[in-house]
Design a protein around this ligand. Structure first.
Ligand code: JIL
Length: 265
């Protein structure tokens, strides 16, 4: 059985609630210290959008999973945001948040934190409402397909975001690079790409599921981005402190890349 099919099989046991508990609740989601990993990720994203360079009509998020934090600083700069995920359970979790279902995950600490660090005096309920209005499509995706969304996007996205997806769905390095090539077809030439991922991770837990991850280092990610035709504007790494190594994975750090797809030659 192809190792890509094996990855797909392993995701059938993925439990969104357990995944959210492991990564998006304390101790990893501690907003009292900028040294914590979640504030670090939110700051990378807020600073990238604060440059004013990243804007347009449509932003697409690749492998959104059951999380929306990665879209909070984006929503002021786009008319429409497209979320995507491989699993129906994750797309359903996203839909329930968009619809304001009472049992949906509480992202308000994240929304309040982002409003604070953006310093625009925006009320958090305003930002929550704005993101819900802009999150217009939640589509199935498979980054291992040359056309990850199946049918063509009506037109390439103006910007793209992806967090913790490629390394967690690729059985090996060549597969990571191919997946990056595939999703790059969804982004217009000159479009900006914000990529966040795990460094040197080999597995992570999401309830019953134990998922394999291809361990990547900074240099690998930079090389893959260059091979896929990106210019890198900013690249940062976060070292996971011992207190945040809580057994849910063996991640040693997190990287953030702000890249731009080179215009057609
Ligand atoms: N073929 C496919 N194409 C697209 N998406 C696919 C495909 N297969 C599965 N998916 C989809 O991709 C998945 C995305 S979640 C992947 C989780 N990555 C690992 C996890 C993340 C994490 C988060 C936060 C922190 N931290 O320290 O703050 C550390 C870490 C390290 N561990 C999932 O939504 C699945 O549904």
């Amino acid at each position: 059985m192809s190792s890509i099919i094996a990855v797909g099989e392993s995701y059938q046991k993925f439990n969104p609630r357990a995944y959210l508990q492991n990564n998006y609740m304390p101790p990893r989601a501690d907003f009292s210290s900028e040294d914590c990993v979640v504030p670090w990720k939110l700051r990378c994203l807020a600073e990238a959008f604060a440059t004013g360079k990243i804007h347009g009509h449509t932003l697409i998020d690749i492998g959104t999973g059951p999380t929306i934090y990665q879209l909070l600083s984006a929503c002021d700069h786009f008319e429409e945001i497209i979320a995507t995920d491989y699993l129906a359970v994750n797309r359903e979790v996203l839909r329930r948040w968009v619809q304001g279902e009472p049992d949906a995950f509480d992202w308000s600490p994240y929304i309040k934190h982002v409003c604070r660090i953006e310093g625009k005096g925006e009320q958090w309920k305003e930002k929550e409402k704005k993101l819900r209005e802009k999150l217009k499509q939640i589509l199935p995706i498979d980054v291992h397909q040359p056309k990850p969304l199946g049918s063509e996007l009506c037109h390439p996205a103006d910007a793209m975001v992806s967090t913790f997806c490629l390394e967690a769905v690729s059985p090996d390095w060549p597969s990571f690079e191919r997946a990056l090539q595939n999703i790059t077809t969804l982004l217009k030439p000159g479009g900006h790409f914000l990529l966040i991922g795990a460094l040197e991770e080999s597995f992570y837990l999401a309830g019953e599921a134990k998922l394999s991850v291809v361990p990547v280092r900074e240099a690998d990610v930079k090389e893959a981005l260059a091979k896929s035709g990106y210019q890198i504007h900013d690249f940062r790494s976060y070292v996971m402190p011992p207190g945040l190594k809580i057994g849910v994975d063996d991640v040693s750090g997190v990287f953030f890349a702000h890249a731009q797809k080179k215009p057609m030659a």
